[in-house]
Unconditional design. Structure first.
Length: 341
């Protein structure tokens, strides 16, 4: 007989149960398994497992109980899926009386089958919260026979312990990628050379701006990198400085031999605290083109002082009045996932 565990915590489609009739496919002959494309936030409805690994006569297996619950939820208009978890043969660290570490097999392994429902953009979604309240009060017909659960004062029903959770198939990076911040969409939509236009999966962050750009009057000595870094940050100038750098890198402002800073695939991205410039579009962190960009924008040894300094780039007479432009690159350029709308 399947034992039902409705676990409670704080974590979870853009679909509210349609009690008057189902618009979600609910074919009992089909399996509805969880995939990476669902979520990113969902509702953990319940988890089933066998008592001592056995199914008593007349009871339901975890797979049967989960499948029936998925079909019933779908008939009520809520997209639900099955997710199977099989613990590995992992070894765990234990310690003897002398404090010596020993590796032992984890023999207490229990296969479980979960029912996960919904597809919500974030945990604060009103639809997600309302659906969760509805599920907690639900007493599905399929769970009234053939399963066992232990009601408590705090969890009187079989699904009272349901909670919001990220899709368990998503990594932390993928979850961040899938979450959508309306403000960021507004800030970056319609932006020329926005990171939204990048067709790769990864890109390299080479500059961050909090107003970190400098102007040099004709005839004046360019400031040292140290004095440049120590200048105060001005968030009001961050977006403009980032946009300027993208224009420079995509153009032909580098008049030095080789013109390495010309015609660079550069993008701009604005968030709540800064504006950044990235270069390149890569399919994976192992893309060979990353090394080329790292060599160009990464830190380099200054032979005059013998220290490693961040790379920088200056354009004479960049602004009106013959004012020069200067930009400082990140001391350690890092890869980031390309955001999606």
């Amino acid at each position: 007989m399947a034992s039902l565990i409705a676990i409670c915590a704080l974590f979870a489609v853009q679909a509210l149960p349609v009690l008057g009739g189902s618009r979600i496919e609910a074919d009992p002959s089909k399996e509805y398994r969880l995939t990476h494309h669902r979520g990113p936030w969902m509702i953990m409805v319940a988890t089933m497992h066998s008592l001592d690994g056995e199914t008593p006569e007349g009871g339901k297996t975890p797979d049967e109980a989960a499948h029936e619950l998925v079909i019933e939820l779908r008939q009520l208009g809520l997209p639900a899926y099955v997710h199977e978890y099989e613990p590995g043969n992992d070894r765990v660290a234990t310690y003897d009386r002398l404090g010596r570490e020993e590796k032992r097999k984890n023999l207490h392994r229990r296969r479980s089958v979960s029912v996960i429902a919904g597809n919500y953009p974030d945990i604060e979604s009103k639809v997600a919260q309302d659906t969760l309240k509805w599920i907690k009060k639900l007493n599905p017909k399929c769970l009234q026979e053939g399963v066992i659960y232990d009601p408590t004062p705090g969890r009187p029903g079989p699904l009272a312990g349901a909670f919001l959770t990220p899709n368990p198939l998503l990594s932390q990076e993928e979850l961040i990628q899938r979450e959508r911040d309306p403000l960021l969409i507004t800030l970056n939509s319609g932006e020329r050379h926005s990171l939204y236009e990048n067709n790769g999966k990864y890109t390299l962050v080479i500059a961050r701006f909090y107003g970190k750009s400098d102007s040099v009057l004709p005839g004046k000595e360019e400031p040292s990198i140290l004095s440049y870094v120590e200048k105060g940050n001005d968030l009001n100038d961050a977006a403009q400085a980032a946009q300027e750098l993208v224009v420079v890198l995509r153009g032909k402002y580098d008049v030095s031999p080789g013109g390495h800073f010309n015609n660079v695939e550069a993008y701009v991205w604005h968030d709540r605290y800064e504006s950044i410039v990235t270069v390149g579009s890569f399919s994976s962190p192992q893309d060979p083109n990353i090394k080329r960009y790292m060599a160009l924008f990464g830190p380099r040894l200054d032979p005059q002082i013998g220290n490693v300094q961040p790379a920088h780039f200056a354009v004479p007479n960049f602004r009106k009045g013959g004012i020069h432009g200067m930009w400082l690159f990140e001391p350690n350029p890092e890869l980031m996932l390309v955001p999606q709308k």
